[in-house]
Write a new protein. Structure first.
Length: 104
């Protein structure tokens, strides 16, 4: 990080510890990262993105079925069991076959 001009810091500011459990960083003025990002932004570069989680207007992504409901899946060969959301595709790592949803 130092090589490209991003300095690790536990506070995200100059003077912070360089190691720790919760880390951040700060941009070194005049460093390689600062120069490259300034040139990139000056060229008109933008990142277009959208928040799919908020598209339904409620702030949460819509999911099929009731929230919190899990389906039991079983490997037809070795009887391995797994629980997941409805309509997922799970593969047994040992048998390399798709797990089947158990009928309720």
């Amino acid at each position: 990080m130092d090589t490209i001009g991003l300095t690790p810091s536990d506070t995200g500011k100059e003077g912070g510890k360089r190691t720790g459990q919760h880390m951040n960083h700060y941009v070194v003025a005049g460093g390689a990262y600062a120069k490259a990002s300034t040139e990139l932004l000056a060229s008109g570069f933008v990142i277009s993105w959208r928040d799919r989680a908020r598209e339904d207007g409620a702030g949460k992504p819509k999911s099929p079925g009731k929230a919190g409901v899990r389906t039991k899946y079983t490997c037809p060969n070795c009887q391995l069991n797994a629980w997941a959301k409805p309509d997922v595709v799970l593969l047994c790592g040992a048998c390399e076959v798709a797990l089947e949803a158990d009928e309720i």
